[in-house]
Design a protein around this ligand. Structure first.
Ligand code: AP5
Length: 233
């Protein structure tokens, strides 16, 4: 009667807060965080042929070919810690063919979290929340020592020492994020169509604590529902 580990996908526009929320979710739920973007950046750092190929696409804000990214994600999902503790997949799948490939190897999430960040000027989602997301991207900084994500305005580093060592991602410019957003908007609907019945939309416009509290409620509810089902068996 043991509860199966949780399987979660988190999706959302570039800089919508996926990585930030994943740090909070893993802290509380102990899931293994598998971020497609991080896997790709590690591959680039390794200097491999796949890394070199991936870089060409990432520099243009385009999606890396499926065979490269799927192979890495699949390998990580199959490792024993992901199997035992459950997984939190971030930034994958990003197009329908990726979602289909994931399903074909038997990986079906329990919940699909969509982070929605609307525009500061316009409440219509289709109008692209560019101004807000651009501000988040341009102010983002990363701590290479702890892996923590900061923002100069919204989530500033705690000490001078941390501030001095922060780095910036090379695709975090206004121009690049607009290209990444375009790619996101071209693909998001088709991916959503695969997970319609398990999708939960979260308002990403709130503070990171408030966004997490919405996600936390959704995950707790899901676990309670599963416990109730197990109990009645
Ligand atoms: P990836 O690394 O996944 O980038 P992304 O989707 O553009 O997402 P980000 O990492 O930029 O943002 P995030 O949502 O994690 O936001 P964060 O929490 O950091 O992908 C990079 C590239 O790799 C892609 O362009 C593509 O080329 C390739 N790739 C990746 N996956 C692929 C796939 N499946 N197939 C093919 N190619 C793929 O937050 C952003 C900033 O905002 C931070 O500074 C943070 O402090 C701040 N912030 C967060 N939450 C809040 C809040 N609530 N209020 C205020 N500020 C906040």
């Amino acid at each position: 009667n043991k509860q199966e580990p949780l399987k979660v996908i988190i999706s959302g526009a570039p800089a919508s807060g996926k990585g930030t929320q994943c740090q909070l979710i893993t802290q509380k739920y102990g899931l293994v965080h598998i971020a497609a973007g991080d896997l790709l950046r590690a591959e680039i750092s390794s200097g491999s042929a796949n890394g070199k190929r991936a870089k060409e696409y990432m520099e243009k804000g385009q999606l890396v070919p499926k065979e490269i990214v799927f192979m890495m994600v699949k390998e990580r999902l199959l490792q024993s810690d992901s199997q035992e503790n459950g997984w939190l997949l971030d930034g994958f799948p990003r197009r329908l063919s990726q979602a289909t490939a994931l399903k074909e190897i038997g990986f079906q999430p329990d919940i699909f979290i969509l982070l929605e960040v609307r525009s500061l000027r316009d409440t219509k989602y289709d109008m692209v929340a560019e101004d807000n997301l651009v501000e988040r991207v341009v102010g983002r900084r990363l701590d290479p020592v702890t892996g923590r994500i900061y923002h100069l305005k919204y989530s500033p580093p705690e000490t001078e020492e941390i501030a001095a060592r922060l780095t910036q991602r090379c695709d975090d410019t206004e121009e690049m994020v607009k290209l990444r957003l375009q790619t996101h908007h071209q693909n998001v609907e088709s991916v959503l169509s695969m997970y319609e019945d398990i999708t939960i939309k979260i308002n990403g416009n709130a503070s990171k604590e408030d966004v997490f509290s919405q996600i936390d409620t959704a995950l707790t509810t899901l676990i309670e529902q599963r416990n109730a089902t197990l109990g009645s068996m």
